[in-house]
Design a protein around this ligand. Sequence first.
Ligand code: NAP
Length: 249
Amino acid sequence: MMFDGRIALITGGAGGIGRATAHALAREGATVVLAGRDLTALADAVKEIGSGRADHVAADVTDASSAAQMVETVVARHGGLHVAVNNAGVLGAVGPVADIDAGAWDEVLAVNLTGVFLSMKHEIAHMRGHGGGTIVNVSSNIGTHGRRPALAAYAASKAGVGVLTRTAALDHIADGVRINAVSPGASDTPMSLLPGESREDRAERMRTAAPSGRVAETSEVAAGILWLASDAASHVAGHDLVIDCAATA
Ligand code: NAP
């Protein structure tokens, strides 16, 4: 029970990777609080996890007051915050740079980069005054590690998450807050489907496109997140763990 007695917040907790992470943290003894905008999906995920150790909170991570309220609610209801997984993200604007709508660009940056900043700002503010904590930001192998055409906004936002993570780790390690990132490759959620593609089509594409021949299971991404958040990684901070089975090696 690596997380016995700990309170964990997962943004985007009802989605693919967030939900798998919430399940894994709960199995390891954490009380998990899932955050997002879709209350029905969040309630469904909480019910699925069960065990009386799951809760949800409505939050839009692009909104400064909502992000502050999210952390306040977790602390008020559960008495603390020890682990945060900033996972909320969108693929957003797809197309060559010259054709990306400026508003669509802003939206991707608002969720994927500003959302991580706002979430971390309030998580750290609580953790540093209450014995520290650990934070894992969910980035992507598209950005710092690899490139794909037609995904400039997503790639730029995720490269930003990498730099933000390293800087925040340096700023706050002396406060007892360990901050890292994971950079998954294509994983088994709708986000990795091409427009109009089925899961079977994707499996066929990945057989030749990925060195491993397949997408990652969401549980495989969650395993990396849990390790970074756990005491087993007690001397790891400012790290970005690529989980793509050599896709960007
Ligand atoms: P997903 O199933 O679509 O989950 C994304 C989650 O983000 C949703 O639960 C969504 O919940 C939440 N979200 C979006 N905008 C939000 C906002 N403004 N405020 C709060 N929550 C928001 O996607 P996923 O594939 O699990 O992706 C999770 C993370 O992994 C993302 O950061 C993604 O970029 C990253 N990633 C995914 C892959 C992949 O292949 N799937 C690969 C590399 C990295 P609501 O709609 O309820 O708000």
